[in-house]
Design a protein around this ligand. Structure first.
Ligand code: AMP
Length: 649
């Protein structure tokens, strides 16, 4: 349908944008998948070389997460660029922003009124990708100015809907409701259909489509890197991907996560008749350590064989090596002879050198995140290993936990105050678990992790919040309820003693299916005066004039917060219980079985701590909120309805 999209030519950005509009226009997931896959088929037919670029633009990321190249330009900078490129004043733009809310739409409207004498070249997928990347990479003196220039350049070439999606992309949110896994499904369908077409075979059957989808999901969960996967798809075909794309050191995988439980009885029920293990749940930061010895005997395609590799990654796949040079410097001492490469799943915990014991999480938070020299480290950490995902050239995720642990025990050795294995017992009796839980708390841990030991149920399931791992936090046992990680999206000015700071805050959970933030509670309890001052300074920087269009909040006569924020800050919050309320929007449509459009809200929420190891998108999901709501005894006895955990790929 695009005359200037010829085979072999760069894809017009307008073609991608037309697909974005179609995807945006429906809320049905299957329709989103179908628009995605139709477009990708066209890419495969006409310009397969740009498939990777297209996927990047669809998920609005210009590189793998761990490369740390992020979009997310602040609102004021974008407004400046829009003003300058469209010849508008900031005042009128701000006024319009108050009414419309969506900068993307404003940019588009502003563009339409302009006519240029010498129109710039039309945007292509390639030029937009390069443009976005250059803007994201700008650093240093005069960086702001150069970013504005880059944005202006792209905007001046934008036509029709293009400006809208350009601006949204720059803001960091396309708002297509196109979850990562929807893209995976669309891509798998496009490829399997295209492969059949190319081979002159008949269209693939439903079973073949499902098999292709399962294949891509599995491969992506072990190796979440389109830079490697896409070229391999072209080379070997989608059904042969598994052998070509395996977990490999240097590419962090999304960690396996646990489901919360509230009682030991729940655990013994779940694992009835199965072998399971209980481990201390250490209270620190999840780290995934990747290592390949220099000149290792196994060759890795993307690793410099001479130098090898040694890296630390966070739970959301950011590289933490600059934060933990001490871990990397000490690694050699922890491995036994013959270990040449590994990926280790562990928790880094602050360590008291004098008392020789672990310290609470708050201590770890005082550690600097960047530019730390190993010898200047103030807060020492001890690393507790609990899982081994890769050893000597081979992925171990499809070995049982019992086997993975055996391999870990023989490949590593503990070094006091530096490295240890997570303390574990393979006991079964309720009394023993109870005693072990108490012990773990005395040792400054948060509680226990309980894990399946044998059978495929114990395989490592990257990115899954699995029932094969249960967490039992000591607080749950007090009967005081659930803890959630929530995003701060608004605040109310303080009263009385608190007039110079924010006195309470509006929090939201994240819905990965729609990519919206949904309000869940106001919170004003659990903060000390110092903390309120600190948060005021921190959040002031993120104030915006209007709620983001992807904030789902009650309007009408519901009191609105005095200020709104960019979604940046994540807090852990505890609540006594969850209830349905028309004032909040969390898990709306998922939890309220009576269909009255109420959301879930937290009753008596209390601030526990900051979670700066989590990005806003890692906040507790709407699906989890619905699950927590439904798992309450009162609710359970009333209704039964399953909820999808949309976190998984
Ligand atoms: P939560 O963040 O509350 O969902 O709890 C899960 C987190 O506990 C993991 O992401 C790890 O960072 C941490 N953790 C501490 N000890 C362990 C352990 N033995 N096994 C797995 N995770 C652990």
């Amino acid at each position: 349908a695009y005359p200037d999209w010829k085979a072999g030519a760069s894809i017009p950005y307008a073609a991608l944008v037309a697909t974005f509009s179609l995807i945006e226009s429906t809320t049905k997931r299957l329709e989103k998948v179908s628009h995605t896959s139709l477009f990708l088929r066209q890419v495969l037919r006409l310009t397969p070389d740009e498939l990777l670029l297209v996927i990047h633009l669809m998920i609005n990321r210009i590189a793998a997460d761990y490369e740390g190249i992020e979009l997310g330009i602040g609102e004021s900078l974008l407004m400046k660029a829009i003003c300058e490129s469209c010849g508008r004043t900031l005042a009128t733009l701000k006024e319009e922003h108050k009414q419309i809310g969506d900068l993307g739409e404003i940019a588009q409207k502003s563009r339409n009124t302009q006519t240029t004498l010498f129109p710039p070249k039309p945007l292509t997928v390639r030029s937009v990708h390069t443009g976005l990347r250059d803007i994201a990479l700008v650093k240093g003196d005069g960086g702001q100015g150069r970013k504005v220039d880059g944005i202006k350049k792209m905007l001046s070439a934008a036509k029709g809907d293009e400006a809208k999606f350009l601006v949204r992309g720059l803001e960091g949110k396309l708002r297509l409701g196109l979850a990562d896994r929807t893209v995976i499904v669309g891509l798998s369908q496009a490829v399997i259909v295209h492969e059949a077409e190319k081979a002159g075979k008949k269209a693939p059957s439903l079973e073949q489509m499902i098999a292709a989808e399962a294949m891509l999901k599995e491969v992506y969960s072990e190796l979440p890197n389109y830079e490697i996967i896409i070229p391999e798809i072209m080379k070997v075909g989608i059904m042969n991907l598994k052998d070509a794309c395996k977990l490999q050191p240097g590419v962090p995988l999304k960690p396996m996560l646990a489901k919360p439980t509230k009682s030991i009885a729940e655990i013994t029920d779940r694992f009835e008749g199965k072998r399971f293990t209980c481990e201390y749940k250490y209270d620190g930061e999840r780290v995934q350590i990747h290592y390949v010895a220099p000149n290792s005997s196994v060759e890795f395609p993307t690793i410099d064989q001479k130098k090898g590799i040694a890296k630390v990654f966070s739970r959301n796949s950011e590289e933490l090596s600059p934060k933990y040079p001490d871990i990397l410097a000490a690694l050699d001492k922890w491995v036994t002879d013959g270990v040449e490469s590994f990926v280790l799943d562990c928790e880094a915990v602050a360590w008291d050198r004098v008392e020789k014991r672990v310290l609470p999480f708050q201590q770890l938070q005082t550690r600097k995140r960047k530019d730390v020299a190993a010898e200047d480290v103030k807060v020492k950490v001890c690393v507790y290993g609990f899982d081994l995902l890769f050893l000597n050239g081979k992925s171990t995720v499809q070995d049982s936990l019992a086997d993975r642990r055996k391999m870990m025990y023989t490949s590593f050795k503990s070094v006091e105050g530096e490295f240890a294995f997570a303390t574990a017992i393979d006991g079964q009796e309720v009394e023993i678990i109870q005693a072990f839980l108490e012990e773990s708390c005395k040792a400054s841990c948060e509680g226990l992790m309980v894990k399946m030991l044998d059978t495929p149920d114990s395989y490592y399931q990257p990115s899954k919040r699995s029932r094969n791992w249960l967490k039992l936090k000591k607080d749950y046992l007090d009967g005081v309820g659930d803890s959630l990680d929530l995003v701060v999206i608004g605040a109310y000015h303080g009263k009385g003693k608190r007039t110079s700071v924010y006195g309470s805050f509006l929090l939201a959970c994240y819905n990965p299916a729609t990519q919206n933030y949904e309000t869940i509670c106001n919170i004003g309890t659990g903060f000390s005066e110092e903390v309120l001052i600190k948060f005021h300074t921190q959040l002031l920087e993120f104030e915006i004039e209007k709620p983001k269009p992807y904030y789902v909040h009650a309007t009408g006569n519901m009191q609105q917060p005095d200020v709104w924020f960019e979604p940046k800050v994540v807090w852990e919050v505890k609540t006594a219980d969850l209830s349905l309320s028309p004032k909040y929007m969390a898990a709306k449509g998922l939890a309220d079985v009576e269909g009255k459009g109420r959301g879930v809200s937290l009753r008596f929420p209390r601030f526990i701590r900051e979670r700066d190891d989590k990005k806003p998108d890692d906040a507790t999901s709407a699906q989890q909120v619905a699950e927590m709501y439904q798992n309450q005894d009162v609710v359970k006895n009333n209704a039964k309805k399953g909820v999808d955990d949309n976190f998984e790929y």
